[in-house]
Design a protein around this ligand. Structure first.
Ligand code: 7RM
Length: 648
């Protein structure tokens, strides 16, 4: 019996880059990509040194890479400052008065900060940190709504060498507490509240709860966003705007070693406590700046919108560090995509003239569910490039995004990467790579990605296996904070000499990478190993379906039975006939082997805050066992209760 993952769903549609797009692109044809990629993988250090040289270093490195597996040091001996690279560098030329951030709050207010203004605000905040005793290397926990001050707080930390750890504003007190204790943070930056779906989220109150019985936090800096009445603890809590009165706007950047920690970002492990992913300065900035430039093909007058929250790695890399290092104009929106109506995104795009939109498949599937009429109401003609990240995008959702948002004109960059990889690893280059709906296509420059079997041997075309990276890259994580053994075990011991991503994938005959899902979620039906992505894509290609998640349930005969959780598009009703039609539809698209034994209709699926379906929980529901493991990253706990209730 083969242990490899099988593949049955073969996509035949190909979209070549349009000539007008390629003409102006950074990389303008496929042959150039292939040649440059081959060279860059042969000597990655050469490629990355060239990219690093586009940044400002106050002291040049002496060696590009020091690799004592699994520990990497990039740009050894070099000194730089991340905030200087994102701000000061742009002040001397025409970007000085260019918009760095165009922000819209959920209630509708707007603010624009030029590079000059953002720089000034960051300097003020860095001085506030200093005034409150924060030193280089100290950890600062940031728990903010998506307002410019979240970015200012991050860059303010970077400016003085403090290490930020951003916790998503939707997380609970318990999550804040875990992260404070693990990171050893002594200062917290928060706001009185933030807006979400018309409600105020009481951020400061959550911080107060989190800090009960926690002695190590000496200072809480509170930004006034909502004027919500909050408790101020004398001696511990201070207002941002009051502190600002005591400091000036001069704060020279503090140069740090290339390997100085820039931030810790927590990601949930499938079991046990969350992992603090540690990123350092020089390599991370090189990786994010370089990928932003090539993958989004940035041009000087782009209006770039990444819809992620700063609490997620996508917010760090492609809303803050990557675009600002490139001097881009970034849109920031605080609230929900369907507030007050499901066309908020399209309204923002039309009104700000957004040219690049980077969002998640989960959002795209929600837009599909809400109906085509919402984007139709708005002028989306400013858009020239679309991107996705976070999950495999079902070909059906890709086609919808292409047609209804890109109006057939915009290339889509499906970018595969992880919190751990820091920067985009597998992605099309929009002026060069022929696209196929559902694949992140080919590795970025300098990235040596491969698919291997259980023995670590590379598999052939269309054979599924484990996705690994065979060479270190600059933006890679350096460790799990405070836990080197776990770092080694988790990422570097599954496949000898390689970084193991945890994802299953296959390469098609053109070498394109298709992510088939997390290895832990792979189904095993009568000896056939099936990735979740293909079965889900087959289900979503049924007209009435908005979203699907499949999991295995223990089955005496087959090993595992396939259970599909399905949500329907607006206006469609669940019925036994529809369940049967969906089963037939999958059998037709993939084969009888993948036919769900059980189709269960649900109002919604359990997801993480960044929109990933939590199959681990669905597996427990499907097999009728108790919900165990970390649920702190779950977006809406009531979804679980509803799913269980429908079970009875
Ligand atoms: C950026 C981010 C990482 C996991 C990763 C995959 C999945 C992300 C894609 C994708 C297929 C994609 N960081 N994933 N992007 N799967 N195609 N384009 O999401 O740490 O939160 O998650 O997300 O499973 O391992 S993350």
């Amino acid at each position: 019996m083969s242990t490899n993952i099988e593949s049955h769903l073969i996509e035949k549609r190909v979209f070549k880059p349009a000539k007008e797009f390629s003409k102006k692109a950074q990389i303008s044809n496929f042959a150039d990509y292939k040649k440059l990629h081959a060279e860059s993988v042969k000597s990655p250090e050469k490629f990355w040194a060239k990219e690093a040289a586009t940044l400002k270093w106050t002291k040049k490195w002496t060696r590009v890479l020091d690799w004592k597996a699994p520990f990497a040091k990039w740009f050894v001996g070099g000194h730089l400052n991340a905030s200087e690279n994102c701000l000061d560098r742009h002040l001397e030329g025409p970007r000085r008065n260019k918009a760095a951030i165009i922000w819209e709050g959920e209630p509708g207010e707007r603010r624009t900060l030029t590079y000059h203004q953002l720089h000034r605000e960051v300097c003020v905040f860095a001085n506030i940190l200093k005034r409150n005793g924060v030193k280089s290397g100290d950890r600062v926990l940031i728990y903010m709504p998506l307002i410019p001050e979240a970015v200012i707080a991050m860059l303010g930390c970077a400016r003085i060498g403090a290490v930020h750890s951003v916790v998503f504003g939707g997380f609970s007190s318990e999550s804040i507490k875990d992260r404070i204790l693990d990171s050893g943070a002594t200062v917290v930056v928060t706001a009185d509240g933030g807006y979400r779906r018309g409600q105020i989220v009481s951020l400061k109150q959550n911080v107060d709860h989190a800090l009960q019985g926690v002695e190590q936090v000496r200072r809480v800096i509170v930004f006034r966003r909502t004027h919500l009445d909050i408790h101020i603890q004398e001696g511990r809590d201070v207002w941002w705007h009051r502190e600002a009165e005591y400091v000036d706007a001069k704060c020279p950047p503090h140069p740090v070693d290339s390997e100085h920690p820039l931030f810790i970002l927590y990601t949930s492990g499938s079991t046990g406590k969350p992992k603090g992913i540690l990123h350092t300065t020089g390599g991370y900035l090189t990786g994010t700046a370089s990928t932003t430039k090539y993958v989004f093909d940035l041009r000087e007058n782009d209006v770039y919108w990444c819809t992620a929250d700063v609490g997620w790695i996508t917010g760090h890399s492609y809303l803050v560090y990557g675009p600002l290092a490139n001097g881009a104009t970034c849109v920031l929106y605080e609230g929900a995509p369907n507030w007050p109506e499901p066309d908020r995104f399209w309204k923002i795009i039309a009104e700000f003239g957004v040219t690049i939109l980077y969002t998640a498949p989960t959002a795209i599937r929600a837009f599909m569910k809400w109906g085509d009429e919402w984007p139709k109401k708005h002028d989306l003609s400013s858009l020239r490039l679309l991107g996705t990240v976070g999950e495999p995008i079902n070909p059906e959702a890709w086609m919808w995004y292409h047609k209804h948002i890109g109006e057939g004109r915009c290339p889509i960059v499906d970018t595969w990467w992880q919190t751990e990889t820091g920067a985009i690893m597998i992605s099309p280059l929009p002026g060069a790579t022929p696209l196929k709906p559902g694949t992140a296509t080919l590795p970025f420059f300098g990235i040596d990605a491969a698919i291997v079997d259980d023995k670590g041997k590379e598999v052939g075309p269309n054979e599924g296996g484990k996705l690994v990276i065979r060479k270190p890259w600059p933006a890679m994580l350096r460790s799990i904070y405070g836990d080197k053994p776990r770092y080694r075990k988790q990422y570097w011991s599954e496949v000898k000499g390689c970084y193991f991503t945890g994802d299953g994938a296959r390469r098609d005959k053109d070498g394109y990478f298709w992510i088939v899902g997390r290895i832990d979620d792979v189904l095993n039906v009568a000896g056939h190993r099936l990735g979740t992505a293909e079965v889900e894509s087959a289900i979503v290609s049924h007209h009435d379906v908005a979203e699907a998640a499949v999991v295995g349930r223990p089955d005496e005969l087959k090993g595992q039975a396939v259970v599909a959780f399905v949500t329907l598009r607006s206006g469609y009703k669940a019925s036994n006939e529809l369940a049967e039609a969906i089963r037939r539809h999958v059998a037709h698209a993939i084969g009888p082997i993948a036919k769900p034994d059980d189709v269960r209709f649900a109002e919604s699926l359990p997801k993480t805050r960044s929109g990933k379906i939590m199959r681990r929980l669905l597996k427990q529901i499907a097999s009728g066992s108790a919900i165990t493991g970390d649920t702190t990253t779950l977006e809406d706990f009531s979804v679980l209760t509803k799913l269980r209730a429908s079970d009875e």
